[in-house]
Design a protein around this ligand. Structure first.
Ligand code: BGC
Length: 732
């Protein structure tokens, strides 16, 4: 027996090198010094063309030419997902003069083979450890296929759900956004791929929510709201960053020297490289700041863009610009140095080529699927639950599941690019059938021809099924061209014919549970008035539908919280919780208050909100002392009770407000949260450390200031937290 165990152990150890991913992180001390020496030695041996080659990022497919790798004129590739193709590219490197390894990039945004919820859905879990695990498994799987660099995390704060890319971020809040940015950076890099924190900066504030549009952000807001998640990702060790498509205050970020060099390199001491966004260097012409590509390339490089993604601008023009003296060789060398530095810190020079045979074994492992399941489960937000419609009661004997989104399609959205055998996960009707009592029937009607919900298949059959059931579960939402990049919308209702379907289902008089899979908060005002329950998900990934069934059936207790405010109408946008006060706040909703004539000011569902099958109460807010010096830390506590009948998770949130300061401060700012499992009937004393140096703001010059004075503290289960205490900040 002992011998057998020992043999198994040896086998495990032997198997490890090919199966385990090497975590990546900036090396320190002696190792970092040696790397700098290696970078300099290599740089000395490089020709001008080879230097430019290191800054050239090219894609798979048309236009890709492995000969360019052999010539040393392509240092980076992207969108390669088939291990054999990556191995071929790596072989081409070995046939090149200097054999400088490729950095191989991919948007592994929310999974590679195992799919986790969209990042906005992960953020809805308010569980940083879980979010880190999701990124870790994404990194591991991508790494096993040969990828060593991901274009994630996207950390753009956005207060505008018209913008299709809110799904890639963590929502509206800089504190939650920073926690998530750090967690994802740690996770990916621990999983073996370098991260690219993106998009520097302000992309999420595109005017009117239209993708690629300009942004106008005052310096104080830039530093208080938009930059913190970037700083958090750099502090967590992100090795690269991506500039944005937009112009910020009139200067396209791809040519923004003050941002990419002044802030990033000079102030924040970032030593990795910055990649452009897809073709954004050549787009400088269209932004109206360059006559031709040569000038665009020159401006981008001198601003601090080290690598040209898919623009071929550096490839075609940079060498000539250097020869003509328009780009100093020193500037080129510095960009190359940054790219080489990252490659050395990543350990690429020592890494073996991708193990093509081992790769499939590392996809969709049981551990990854478990994390996907937990991440999807904890991100489910219960927005409405009238008359305890959920969990589905034992008296419900028949359920109609309506909507093609309830059944995953293998060929769409989550395809299997690497050919590594992806399972698509359970359908909602199957998962429900498994989880409801044996005497309950579940029937399924797709209603639509495609998951996108733009065309009916058999509407009448769906209505008949609904009318014949005790309860209707309608799984609707946004998919296909309605979500993601370049999917800005001015109308945030259910796309296509889905609203018509929902109204017809409501007209049957049956209780309706609306399950949403969307890429952003939709305007749910009509639904909120007419359906019994609303369950919000942001495309839960491989395990998404199985965990919805767990929540509907009551096997799981929902514990997600909104990472963005849900507007009542598009006209309210931007609507976010940490706005400034006005001199005429909404009181009685009367003329000459800061209100709309035809709408309330508040969102339909506030930031940080989510119901549970438990009920949580807050009492005894307290601080360890009333006066805290500007360099001190307050301990803030509150007792949280689960007054419900089920064990459940609560997200205990702490908000502050400084009511009087040298400039107007937001009405609330999130400064801490803890997600806890609290047993039915149990009370937990929750304590937060609140360092005074986290309670400041930036001035118009971007300087951080913490001002003495009173600080109100609000504790509760959403941004409407009502349990209040206070501290006073004093000069030391
Ligand atoms: C997006 C980036 C992405 C890149 C590569 C661009 O259109 O803005 O976020 O990383 O494409 O796919």
């Amino acid at each position: 027996m002992i011998l057998r165990l020992a043999a198994a152990l040896v086998l495990c150890i032997l198997a490890l090198p090919s199966l385990a991913q090497v975590p990546v992180a900036w090396k320190t001390g002696r190792e970092a010094v040696v790397i700098e020496q290696r970078v300099e030695a290599l740089l000395k041996r490089m020709t001008l063309d080879e230097k430019v080659g290191q800054l050239h990022l090219s894609g798979r497919g048309e236009g890709f030419n492995a000969a360019r790798i052999r010539e040393g004129r392509m240092g980076a590739v992207m969108n390669f997902v088939v291990p054999q193709e990556i191995a071929d590219a790596q072989r081409a490197v070995r046939e090149s003069r200097l054999k400088i390894p490729l950095i191989i990039g991919l948007d592994a945004v929310h999974g590679f083979s195992t799919y986790f919820p969209l990042p906005l859905g992960q953020a809805s879990s308010w569980n940083p450890e879980l979010i880190e695990e999701a990124a870790y498994w994404t990194g591991r799987e991508a790494g096993a296929a040969g990828i060593n660099w991901t274009f994630a995390p996207m950390v753009d704060i956005s207060r505008d759900p018209r913008w299709g890319r809110v799904l890639e971020g963590a929502g509206e809040d800089p504190y939650l956004g920073s926690v998530v940015a750090a967690a994802r950076t740690h996770g990916y890099q621990r999983g073996g791929v370098a991260t690219t924190v993106k998009h520097l900066v302000g992309y999420g504030a595109s005017e009117a929510g239209r993708d690629y549009n300009s942004t106008w952000i005052p310096t104080s807001q830039l530093f208080d709201v938009y930059l913190p998640p970037f700083k958090a990702a750099f502090d967590a060790g992100s090795m690269t960053a991506m500039a944005a498509f937009n112009a910020l205050n009139g200067m396209p970020t791809t040519a923004h020297r003050e941002l990419l060099t002044g802030l990033l390199r000079d102030k924040w001491k970032f030593k990795g490289f910055v990649v452009s966004d897809f073709g954004s260097i050549t787009e400088l012409r269209l932004h109206g700041i360059a006559r031709d590509d040569a000038e665009a390339g020159r401006k981008a490089l001198l601003a601090g863009i080290d690598m040209d993604m898919m623009g071929d601008v550096y490839d075609k023009h940079l060498a000539a610009e250097v020869k003509a003296g328009r780009v100093p060789l020193k500037a080129l060398d510095e960009a190359v140095r940054r790219v080489l530095r990252v490659k050395f810190h990543l350990g690429l020079f020592e890494r073996p080529d991708v193990d093509v045979a081992a790769a499939p074994k590392l996809m969709q492992t049981e551990e990854a699927r478990q994390v996907a399941r937990r991440a999807a489960g904890e991100g489910i937000i219960l927005l409405k639950n009238a008359n305890n419609t959920l969990p589905i009661a034992p008296s419900v004997k028949s359920v109609a599941v309506i909507g093609a989104m309830a059944v995953p399609e293998a060929e769409r959205v989550w395809t299997d690019p690497a050919g590594l055998g992806r399972r698509v996960g359970q359908s909602l009707p199957d998962a429900l059938k498994e989880r409801l009592p044996a005497d309950a029937s579940v029937i399924y009607e797709p209603a639509f021809t495609r998951n996108c919900g733009t065309e009916f298949a058999d509407k009448a059959a769906a209505i008949r099924a609904a009318a014949a059931s005790d309860l209707v579960v309608a799984m609707l939402g946004e998919d296909c061209e309605f979500i993601g990049e370049a999917a800005s919308r001015t109308n945030l209702g259910l796309p296509g014919v889905q609203q018509e379907l929902l109204e017809a289902l409501v007209a049957t008089g049956k209780p309706i549970v609306l399950v949403l899979a969307t890429g952003r908060p939709l305007v749910l005002t009509w639904a909120d008035q007419h359906v019994a329950a609303i369950v919000q998900t942001f495309h839960g990934g491989t395990e998404g539908r199985a965990v919805i069934a767990e929540v509907l059936s009551g096997q799981a207790n929902p514990a997600g919280r909104t990472p963005m405010s849900f507007p009542r109408s598009v006209g309210q946008i931007p609507v976010y919780y940490d706005h400034l006060p006005t001199g005429r706040p909404q009181k009685e909703h009367k003329r000459y208050e800061s209100i709309y004539m035809d709408e309330r000011n508040e969102p339909l569902y506030p930031f940080g909100f989510g119901l549970s099958y438990s009920r949580f109460t807050y009492a005894n807010p307290r601080v360890d002392r009333a006066n805290i010096s500007l360099n001190g830390t307050a301990k803030v506590s509150v007792d949280v009770t689960n007054a419900g009948r089920r064990d459940g998770q609560e997200v205990v949130q702490l908000y502050i407000r400084q009511p009087v300061a040298s400039r107007s401060r937001p009405v609330r700012e999130l400064k801490g949260f803890k997600k806890l499992m609290i047993k039915a009937g149990e009370t937990i004393a929750v304590t937060f450390d609140l360092p005074a140096n986290q309670l400041g703001m930036h001035d118009d010059a971007g300087r951080y200031v913490v001002e003495p004075g009173d600080v109100e503290i609000y504790l509760g289960g959403s941004s409407l937290a009502e349990t209040v205490t206070q501290i006073t900040l004093t000069r030391p």
